[in-house]
Design a protein around this ligand. Structure first.
Ligand code: UFG
Length: 332
């Protein structure tokens, strides 16, 4: 049993990782300002320090609850579209907060750090699947901000001896298979929850962003990876940090088009997804599919829910149980 600090632990990927840590008996302190996250997403027995990562007092309060075996840093701004409207805010907040948390960790004597990174580092890749050797060429301020964060950690390693793992997530989707947590963003911009809500009549029809991509059916291809499998990858990289820092791409290695997702959601929900066809969304690459061969080989990570059907089913189950998301649910 060990003790971990999880920033952004009340958010989507963070809360599923908190569950994974608790399930194996670890102690968890969460630092989250609840601007996006939900206190109700935290399981019982988790201490919440409510505050911003860039606030020295909040960091002091969080690290006072240590010592921590590692910090898992999820808290970040993460919307590609927003980042193109407010690029400096994304760069300032994501880099500033990562640097502040890494600095506080080193000061507290905690020298293991896991960073939520992103496939957006790769911009418009010229081939898929994308492995760790692919060129780093972000096409959004969001992707650039996470590249800055990765680079900041390399300095923290060189100067402070902090070891880090960066996990470049592809498209996180799905919900805790036991129904304890799910996806609840405001605003929601992601395909799987929007398609589910359209099928359930919880919101209006979905718009397909672009049908003229150079893909078999003309719509974008993405690698959807179950959020609990993402969480598991965080646990699996931790032991490596005794030896070295690591960078991994994290996806299933299978791509599905927007039309295939819509068809799958309709089939699993038993109701078609009302949708219309629209123009491309700016900044969307045609295809993003991960090679996670390195992660699999070096950590033994194997996704438990690689099938899109299972990803959709868990997301649908959670949404049907929580049509208003976390609103109205008590914490714990
Ligand atoms: N899409 C639609 N209609 C919608 C919403 C999405 O057609 O209403 C399409 C998008 O154009 C894209 C696909 O569905 O082709 C997936 O879109 P998401 O918004 O669900 O996810 P993204 O691929 O844009 O981005 C996600 C994360 C990013 C991360 C990226 C890495 O939100 O933070 O995956 O792959 F960088």
């Amino acid at each position: 049993m060990a003790r971990y600090l999880v920033t952004g632990g009340a958010g989507y990927v963070g809360s599923h990782t908190v569950l994974a840590l608790r399930d194996r008996g670890d102690e968890v302190v969460v630092l989250d300002d609840l601007s996006k996250g939900h206190a109700a997403a935290l399981p019982a027995g988790v201490a919440l320090v409510r505050g911003r990562c860039g606030d020295p007092a909040a960091l002091d309060a969080a690290f006072a609850q240590g010592p921590f075996e590692a910090v898992l840093h999820f808290a970040a701004l993460s919307l590609v579209g927003d980042s193109m409207r407010e690029p400096m805010r994304y760069l300032r907040e994501n880099l500033g907060n990562t640097a502040a948390v890494a600095e506080a960790a080193a000061k507290a004597g905690c020298r293991k750090f896991v960073l939520s990174s992103t496939a957006a580092l790769f911009g418009f890749p010229d081939r898929v699947p994308i492995d760790e050797e692919a060129a780093l060429a972000p096409a959004s301020a969001y992707g650039e901000s996470k590249l800055f964060c990765e680079r900041a950690l390399a300095w923290a390693e060189q100067v402070h001896g902090l070891r880090f793992a960066t996990l470049r997530y592809f498209n996180a989707a799905g919900a805790d298979p036991q129904g304890r947590a799910g996806e609840d963003h405001e605003p929601e911009t992601h395909l799987v929850p929007l398609a589910i809500d359209a099928a359930l009549g919880l919101r209006g029809q979905l718009t397909v962003f672009g049908t003229d991509y150079p893909t078999p059916d003309g719509t974008c291809i993405r690698d959807y990876v179950h959020v609990s499998d993402l969480a598991d990858a965080h646990l699996r990289v931790l032991p490596l940090l005794d030896q070295r820092s690591v960078r991994y791409n994290l996806g299933n290695g299978t791509g599905y088009s927007v039309r295939e997702v819509i068809e799958t959601v309709g089939r699993i929900a038993g109701r078609p997804v009302p949708h219309g066809l629209g123009p491309r969304r700016e900044g969307d690459p045609a295809a993003l599919v991960a090679s996670s061969a390195k992660l699999r080989a070096e950590t033994g990570w194997t996704p438990r829910f690689p099938a899109l059907e299972d990803i959709v089913r868990t997301a649908l189950d959670w949404r049907q149980a929580h049509p208003q998301g976390y609103r109205g649910r008590a914490a714990g």
